[in-house]
Design a protein around this ligand. Structure first.
Ligand code: SF4
Length: 429
């Protein structure tokens, strides 16, 4: 079996977490309490009062008056998607484009939730207008929906995008506007050319909303659980930070999605390193697989301006162990109960023979970004937006196929020395 010693000092890499810790423990990962914004900054009041007319694409700029932009006429998209779409200039380290066009609903009032790790959270109202907030480490330009659809429809089968994803936020208009964006998209773009995923906001949804999105042609439905346990959910997205989300309701919508979208067509987002154990995360992943779904996993990164920006990023050894084990559960039929864990819930045995584990590590797919599939392979995500959970200098989720040098680094982080000379993928090191 594939045993190894997590405390092997001879091959250890420095911990990214707190001091010498090789994981982010629950006691450490306490978010700050949100401050109450002044009345004149609440609910997008500044933007609504100024009512500046938008002039096409808006690139986030905290030094100018933010235009009044509202979905469904406007959507925001990641910097990577804007570069790939050709509406923004820029280059991405070791990537030419992203395969997923994520369209984020936008309103001057912003998201009404207060999730502790999120740059879009409500408590930032005093500091930045909604459309100017950083989210998952980058700016999100606002673009007219019609212009976005025109470009993708014009490119037809030559589009670089393998998938489009409508990302909902917590707002009273979110359900209705998601339907409008989905209809506008499928009116012009064949869902078999660019299938649509929904990154849902369960707090404002009921079962019939899930059904409606399926009936209108959505391909995959995901729920951003983000937290791996009910305690962490409550602390980071619920009462702990004056936020409206409930673990129970998120699970209700996830189970509705299982019933309505069917096997392999639903999933949940999980952030690793917010205080849960590796066993917690992998048990959740097993539960999703047993339901017929998938997990999409991200490494915790302290987002600037968020209520957790004072906390350490997930140490790479914790992250790599969970990444590898998650891949084995999701795509190789290994079960969490075949794996072994130490007293702190860390993986000490991945449950497969050493040679097989070596092969999986060397193939490298386990360490790529995870998300809904694209057109390459079932286990290769379309959602390869680069550097959403780490800086390029210390990559957590690889937005491309890791090369030999990357695999060597991953092995050092995992502290797993190859037991045989295995060929690694070609490519410059
Ligand atoms: S609901 Fe989503 S967008 Fe809103 S604060 Fe929470 S994580 Fe951020």
């Amino acid at each position: 079996m594939s045993c190894y010693r997590p405390d092997d000092a001879a091959t250890a890499t420095p911990a990214e977490g707190a001091g010498a810790l090789d994981h982010n423990p629950y006691a450490l990962m306490q978010p700050r309490m949100p401050a109450r914004p002044p009345k004149e900054a609440r609910n997008g009041a500044r933007v609504i009062a100024n009512h500046v007319e938008p002039q096409g694409v808006y690139l986030p700029n905290n030094n100018v008056l933010t235009p009044y932009m509202r979905s469904p006429e406007y959507v925001q998209m990641s910097t990577a998607a804007a570069i790939t779409l050709g509406i923004m200039k820029g280059r991405m380290y070791r990537c030419s484009c992203t395969r997923c066009l994520n369209l984020l609903l936008t309103y001057p009032e912003g998201c009404r939730a207060n999730c502790a790790y999120c740059g879009l959270a409500r408590h930032r109202e005093a500091e930045r207008d909604y459309a100017d907030r950083n989210f998952i480490r980058v700016d999100w330009p606002a673009v007219p929906l019609a212009q976005t659809i025109d470009i993708v429809a014009r490119d037809g089968a030559a589009t670089p995008f393998h998938r489009m994803c409508i990302s909902m936020i917590t707002h009273p208009r979110s359900d209705e506007d998601t339907v409008t964006v989905l209809k506008a998209w499928t009116d012009r773009i064949d869902p078999s050319t660019v299938p649509v995923s929904i990154l849902s906001n369960p707090t404002t949804m009921q079962r019939e909303d899930v059904q409606r999105l399926r009936d209108l042609g959505a391909d995959i439905f995901t729920v951003a659980l983000d937290a791996a346990t009910p305690e962490i959910f409550d602390r980071t997205r619920g009462k702990g930070v004056q936020s409206p989300h409930s673990w129970r309701h998120y699970w209700q919508i996830l189970e509705d999605a299982r019933d309505i979208f069917g096997p392999q067509k639903f999933g949940a987002h999980i952030i690793v390193g917010m205080g849960e154990t590796e066993h917690d995360t992998l048990s959740l992943i097993q539960r999703l697989v047993d339901m017929g779904g998938h997990s999409h996993m991200f490494c915790f990164f302290p987002e600037k301006g968020s209520l957790m920006d004072h906390l350490p990023a997930t140490p790479r050894d914790q992250w790599r162990r969970v990444q590898l084990a998650r891949y084995l559960i999701d795509y190789r039929g290994v079960r969490v109960d075949q794996m072994r864990f130490d007293g702190e819930g860390r993986v000490i045995d991945f449950g497969i023979p050493t040679g097989e584990l070596d092969d999986v590590i060397d193939q490298g797919v386990a360490f790529r970004t995870s998300g809904c599939p694209g057109k390459v392979a079932e286990d290769v995500s379309a959602c390869d937006r680069p550097y959403g959970d780490s800086p390029p200098s210390d990559i957590a989720s690889y937005p491309f196929q890791p090369n030999r040098g990357d695999i060597r680094k991953i092995r050092r982080q995992l502290r797993i020395v190859p037991k045989k000379a295995a060929p690694a993928p070609d490519g410059p090191t």
